[in-house]
Design a binder for this molecule. Structure first.
Ligand code: PLP
Length: 458
């Protein structure tokens, strides 16, 4: 198919993130022109159900008039201001207050960033700042997990535990340690029960801490349901067991709620669904339902007091982003949370979760599917070469990417993370739209099964 004018201009001038850019010419970018509800439309007018909420973020879908009005009003009254040097804006104040109201634990202050990566980068700096304040300058290492995704700045990419974020970039940096990924289907040993798996990986975390020395470790970062690592839902009992080890060694728990937050798992926060008790929280994405970029770091009073003490010692709190707490993002954050509450979006997610579960369970029977995992309205379908032995396809065969292309052909945008097809539809999706999304995915899986056979990929 010849490239459209926009596709040709795109290839000529845009450097695409997370794209095999060496093959972009062959693929041709899918240029999206507009969105409405759960649908986006390409430049030919073809509709797609946006089954990923863009990048796990457009929880209210596209074209919400109330959001557009809130944005317009904010742009008219104050398009930009900042929070440096004790300046303030009403939208930032209101959003910080709202976040404190819905937080899963008592929060003292909210620090605003422009993105999730910046929020996690800030978390690391704050953990270091806190330990400097507390006179523990050697307690600086951060534990993350294999397959975790925490962003792409130098530090957040280091926390990320995926090969593509390290290979070619000289990462991870020092002071970052990776422990086991809590994915029983993939990493459980032969004959090992889920409980035994949890005991083993929690034991290995304890060994890591003891080997490195607890006095050298500041924090562990964890995302309740691991999204971009392949939608991994840890076994029951995992977080309480991890928590015990961290508490014993005075290591704080940073909860990355960038995907899980604001209703995705059926509660405000993923930590509430998964039984995790965080010290601090990173938020972004659905914080504004993706109508503007914004991130937030939420900290409790005792930790905040340590920053105050250190600021007194060294002269200032020397951290902040030009667009952190941008009034547009904050106004949209306030409006998004108000909409989540008024329209009972969390209740809607809980109502649809059993439908999502029913369709995911059905997918698990497909010959190509090894595991179908889900929590609330987020899920991952892992494609395997051999269902019985769980053998994966050769990494170079690109089965996940091909399946995502079949989804597009059937009018559904889903994401291939390796060979896992991720689903994260807008939280406003109706039951019939959700059924339609799964119908389209099933057709794509059948196409993919046929393609795998003709290519001889088993
Ligand atoms: N943390 C998690 C759990 C994420 O999924 C992401 C992005 O997908 C990030 C952090 C990074 O956020 P951003 O892309 O806004 O920098």
């Amino acid at each position: 198919i010849p490239l459209t004018n926009l596709q040709a201009r795109d290839i000529a001038s845009v450097l695409h993130p997370y794209t095999p850019i060496h093959k972009l010419g062959e693929m041709g970018p899918l240029v999206i022109e507009r969105g409405e509800g759960v649908y986006v439309y390409d430049t030919q007018g073809k509709p797609y159900i946006e089954g990923m909420s863009g990048l796990w973020c457009a929880g209210l879908g596209f074209g919400d008039e109330e959001m557009v009005e809130a944005a317009t009003a904010q742009l008219r009254s104050l398009p930009y201001y900042h929070l440096f040097g004790a300046k303030g804006t009403e939208s930032a104040i209101e959003l910080a207050e709202k976040l404190k109201e819905i937080a899963p634990m008592p929060i003292s202050k909210v620090f605003f960033t422009s993105s999730g990566s910046e929020a996690n980068d800030t978390q690391v700096k704050l953990a270091w700042y806190m330990n400097n304040a507390l006179g523990r300058p050697d307690k600086k290492k951060i534990i993350s997990r294999m397959k975790a995704y925490h962003g792409v700045t130098v530090m957040s990419a280091s926390l990320t535990g995926l090969p593509y974020n390290h290979m070619g970039w000289d990462l991870p940096v020092d002071r970052v340690l990776h422990t086991d990924c809590p994915h029983y289907y993939r990493f459980g040993a032969e004959g090992e029960s889920e409980a035994e798996f949890v005991a083993r990986i929690v034991g290995s975390l304890r060994d890591l801490i003891e080997r490195e020395g607890p006095d050298t470790i500041a924090a562990m970062i964890a995302e309740p349901v691991m999204g971009a690592g392949g939608v991994i839902v840890p076994p029951a009992g995992y977080y309480p067991a991890i928590q015990e080890v961290l508490d014993e060694h005075d290591i704080i728990l940073i909860d990355d709620e960038v995907i899980n937050g604001f209703g995705r798992t059926g509660n405000w926060w993923g930590c509430q669904t998964l039984g995790m008790k965080p010290t601090t929280i990173s938020a972004a994405k659905q914080l504004t339902a993706a109508y503007a970029p914004l991130g937030a770091v939420m900290v409790p009073e005792d930790i905040y007091q340590a920053y105050v003490d250190h600021s007194a010692k060294i002269g200032t709190f020397g951290h902040g982003f030009t667009y952190g707490g941008h009034p547009l993002g904050c106004a949209l954050g306030v409006k998004a949370i108000e909409i989540y509450q008024r329209r009972d979006i969390l209740g809607h997610v809980r109502k649809l979760a059993p439908v999502f579960e029913k369709r995911m369970r059905k997918l698990a029977d497909h010959p190509l599917v090894g595991e179908a995992r889900y929590c609330g309205l987020v899920g991952g379908v892992e494609l395997v070469a051999d269902k019985a032995t769980r053998r994966s396809f050769d990494a170079k065969s690109g089965v996940g990417a091909q399946c995502a292309r079949f989804c597009e052909a059937h009018g559904a945008i889903l994401r291939g993370i390796g060979d896992t097809i991720a689903l994260c539809p807008p939280m406003i999706i109706t039951e019939s739209e959700l059924e339609e999304l799964f119908d389209r995915l099933e057709k794509a899986l059948d196409d993919c099964e046929a393609w795998v056979s003709t290519q001889g990929l088993r």
